[in-house]
Design a protein around this ligand. Structure first.
Ligand SMILES: [Zn+2]
Length: 464
């Protein structure tokens, strides 16, 4: 039966009202494009949507489903884009962006002794660390990184700057044997580290960590003191281990034939929530040790390639059930902080190294840059995937460029074609840090100008 037009209109209005009444109000809906969740089932919704309330993801699913269930005052339209979890950079030294391109194409020892160490001795200060961290945060946000791990000096300044930029950080004060810019002795470094842990213990964005530099720049006593400090406060440990063949040789010579991993085992250093940076020169026995202590590895393919450190056995780590996250290392040995590039290098390097193009498929590499990194840093309950209950750390990546056309599989493009500049919008903890490439938390021209000014003192320091 055909209803009179007025009655039909009234019924339609009632239906709409009922739908509105059952829709849950949330603060923000991100909808329109594909959503690559990196959840347990590796769901991709296309078109998909994410409902966010405050700092938290409330629901993720097909756009129509989210639109039927939720209503929000604010919407972000992602048509033509892909929404992914914020990328997680598991190793770096943020302020070293100031030394980007200062010296390249040198052996590690010459690079360090002739350029990096002299520059650091003369130019690392609170001011330099603030200017460098602002520049690093700007670059990381612009290329889709939302969480990063860091170990440097004056780490409290890095933490404050990171918070102000709105990013998440797992940050550790560097503890090292020789006099550092912020501590004359390892004891002083440990005391600074403890004060740092106390200052940021309850922070929503910053996870304080302990960062003993490496087994070759600290003696057993200070390595164990670093571990004890981390255990006392239940915080992560970040450490460089087995980066170069020289380090392996030195360790064997100094510690009765033991590798760096075996030596750290012998002194009782290993423990939970530990991230090994690099882990290039390891054997099967070392892997067994790392696995038995649930130690995670941060893989930094570009830094390892640029310094010719070697190739970390990442497929072997994964086969052994060891958690691997991806990192850039400092910009002085990369020379950028673009995690899309890190993903591409990770995917390609291990294919050519093993002679097997099936190794490190795009999905595995994207996992390494998201949920793998979250696991490595002990943050997998909060971030690393787009799932209800997790923090709203997400990135909107345009898929509209010539380089990304046509689009069959967003995960393929994310690893093999996308660049950091394709990132449009970045959110951490439900707060938009960059919208449509406009920075909301950092004054971009001021950050760039301060970094250029800082470079003048670096030039003077190394006579360049
Ligand atoms: Zn490093």
């Amino acid at each position: 039966m055909r209803l009179p037009i007025t009655l039909a209109a009234a019924l339609a209005a009632i239906t709409t009202l009922t739908a509105q009444n059952t829709q849950k109000p949330v603060s923000l809906i991100v909808a329109g494009g594909a959503v690559v969740t990196v959840d347990g089932a590796r769901n991709v919704y296309n078109p998909g949507a994410v409902a966010i309330d405050g700092t938290t993801i409330i629901a993720v699913g097909p756009s129509a489903d989210i639109a039927a269930r939720f209503t929000a005052a604010e919407q972000i339209n992602t048509v033509g884009s892909v929404v992914i979890p914020g990328l997680i950079n598991t190793h770096g030294h943020a302020p070293m962006v100031i030394y980007r391109g200062l010296a390249d194409d040198l052996r590690l020892q010459e690079w360090l002794e002739k350029y990096i160490f002299p520059a650091e001795a003369k130019t690392v200060s609170r001011e330099m660390v603030r200017a460098g961290t602002r520049l690093a945060a700007l670059e990381m946000i612009q290329s889709g990184t939302t969480t990063y791990a860091d170990m440097y000096y004056f780490e409290e300044e890095i933490a404050r700057t990171t918070k102000a930029a709105g990013m998440r950080g797992v940050l550790g004060q560097t503890i090292i044997q020789f006099p550092a810019p912020d501590a004359k002795t390892p004891q002083e470094g440990l005391a600074r580290n403890e004060a740092f842990i106390k200052e940021f213990a309850q922070d929503d964005l910053i996870v304080p960590a302990v960062a003993p530099h490496s087994p070759y720049t600290l003696d057993a006593k200070d390595l164990l003191a670093s571990r004890a400090l981390a255990t006392r406060y239940g915080v992560p440990v970040l450490i460089h281990v087995a980066e170069t063949e020289t380090e392996l040789g030195t360790s064997k010579k100094a510690h009765s034939g033991m590798s760096p991993v075996a030596y750290l085992q012998a002194i009782g250093f290993w423990g939970p929530r530990t991230v090994v940076n690099h882990g290039v020169w390891v054997d099967a026995a070392d892997m067994q040790i790392l696995r038995s202590h649930q130690v995670a590895v941060s893989h930094n393919p570009e830094s390892n390639m640029k310094l010719a450190s070697g190739i970390a056995p990442v497929p072997g780590y994964l086969a052994a059930g060891i958690t691997v996250g991806l990192g850039t290392d400092g910009a002085a040995s990369n020379n950028d902080l673009d995690m899309f590039e890190a993903m591409r290098f990770a995917a390609l390097l291990h294919k050519v190294n093993t002679g097997d193009p099936r190794v490190m498929p795009a999905t595995a590499v994207l996992e390494m840059a998201t949920i793998g990194g979250a696991r490595a840093l002990g943050l997998e309950r909060q971030v690393g995937s787009l799932e209800a209950g997790k923090r709203a750390d997400l990135v909107v990546v345009s898929m509209a460029s010539a380089r990304q056309t046509p689009l069959y599989d967003p995960v393929s493009h994310l690893v093999y074609a996308t660049r950091g500049d394709d990132v449009r919008t970045v959110m951490v903890n439900g707060r938009v840090l960059m919208r449509d490439r406009k920075m909301l938390t950092l004054d971009e021209p001021a950050v760039l100008a301060a970094a250029r000014t800082m470079a003048d003192s670096v030039r003077a320091a190394v006579g360049k």
